[in-house]
Design a protein around this ligand. Sequence first.
Ligand code: FRU
Length: 541
Amino acid sequence: NNVDQLYRTGYHFQPKQNWINDPNAPMYYKGYYHLFYQYNPKGAVWGNIVWAHSVSKDMINWIPLEPAIVPSKPFDKYGCWSGSTTILPGNKPVILYTGIIDLKPAPGHQVQNYAIPANYSDPLLREWIKPDDNPIVKPTSENVSSFRDPTTAWFNNGHWKMTVGSKHNKRGIVYLYRSRDFVKWTKAKHTLHDKKDTGMWECPDFFPVSTQGTNGVETSALMGGIKHVLKVSLDVTRFEYYTIGTYNTMKDKYYPDSTSVDGWAGLRYDYGNFYASKTFFDPVQKRRILWGWANESSTTAEDVAKGWAGIQLIPRMVWLDPSGKQLVQWPIHELKTLRGEKVHRRNVKLNKGDIVEVKGITAAQADVEASFKFSSLDEAETFDPKWSKLPAENLALEICGITGTKQGGLGPFGFLTLASNKLEEHTPVFFRIFKTTDNKHKILMCSDAKPSSLNKGTYRPSFAGFVDVDLSKKKLSLKSLIDHSVVESFGEGGKTVITSRVYPTLAVGKHAHLYLFNNGTETVTVDRLDAWSMKNPLLMN
Ligand code: FRU
């Protein structure tokens, strides 16, 4: 296989070659973080799916191991699809995953299986056993081909509980199952949660978050100020959404809060290229960590030509915002070990039309943080009342597509990442502030791939989300992780996050530049800028 290295990432998780999708069963065990993922050993397109396996001490450096779970039994003959780990008492990990037992009906007849380590004393958990009493959960007749991706189980009232993603007609569903011994599972009369007209719920994730501070809690935790989060991946839109709510353990029902909407207009971890994510609790650092897959923006033909497709994004710590209305995310602190040359600047004034280059770092592989301040909100442009007629689930994206970086009032300001010399190509990441008729403000954050490449064949959406922030401090912060064909951006300390996969043709390697910019009438000052070249990890698969 000839693998084109040009757009490969330097510090994101990637195998040497071939197709990858969902992160599976992340866990910590005896000194190592484990990551499994959907992998095609035979090529750069989806198919022949096995569970590839890598281990790490820091989730930055990775050692590849042999695939852990591959089709071999009648209960997973045609594929080993996504799943999760549960750590049973006595520190005994068990994996639940979806097996494909027949190619018909498309995309395959799905059952749930379990696998256990062959040797608990091996911290690398190299070998997994698939016991013969599999499958442990079978679908009912109406959903045999939409019944997959079992979650990490949680324990209460004498039972293990877990959910499986599904749909019935167009209703998205997470079915609930209970077990005393983890082998014999019974379907609950009621679903954990469901919602009409949302389509198939792939890769559900259900976990508690603490109402105070940034620490994570174990998946079974119920005590001491807890809310619950339910995340699902919608195969219709290829976006994920989550709600924050209450889990009633007696009824075994989940109720989203009124501030959290179910469905396509819901909250997202990431308003860009991010799918099939999964969290796990890190017992060592008491944090909940989120892994997400970023699919390609290149075409299938380009993927085949370059020999690989898909990356896993930098793991993020995730916690509940003090408002209780949304989650907050930030790249794990271990990433800082890759920081190299640094540029630090203070008080960079940006008048309308200013573009200031950040020199002295490798712009194609960088970590950049800035805080922007402004003296008034008066210049904020009017939020066009016509826009309120746009579909709610796409509102931010549509507005970003209409306005881009063209001149505004307060903003657009931010970064031009992966920019070519004459800006023929650039991926702008920026804020734009609007005034609404009720004299409030709407803060749009954009990661606009439209101008990212002269190659018009690639997928170049104007990804965007709103930032729920009080502007009375007249400040906004932005962080971007730039890595050749990916830009992961964190607005206002991780309140809004957007990932773009981009394929510039000129702004490649040494030819990529990074700029600060402002194209609004209000002058903006970069209070503080810190940017680093990012090194490659010593070990990467
Ligand atoms: C999500 C998904 C899962 C499935 C897996 C197959 O991307 O479609 O629902 O288990 O990928 O690779």
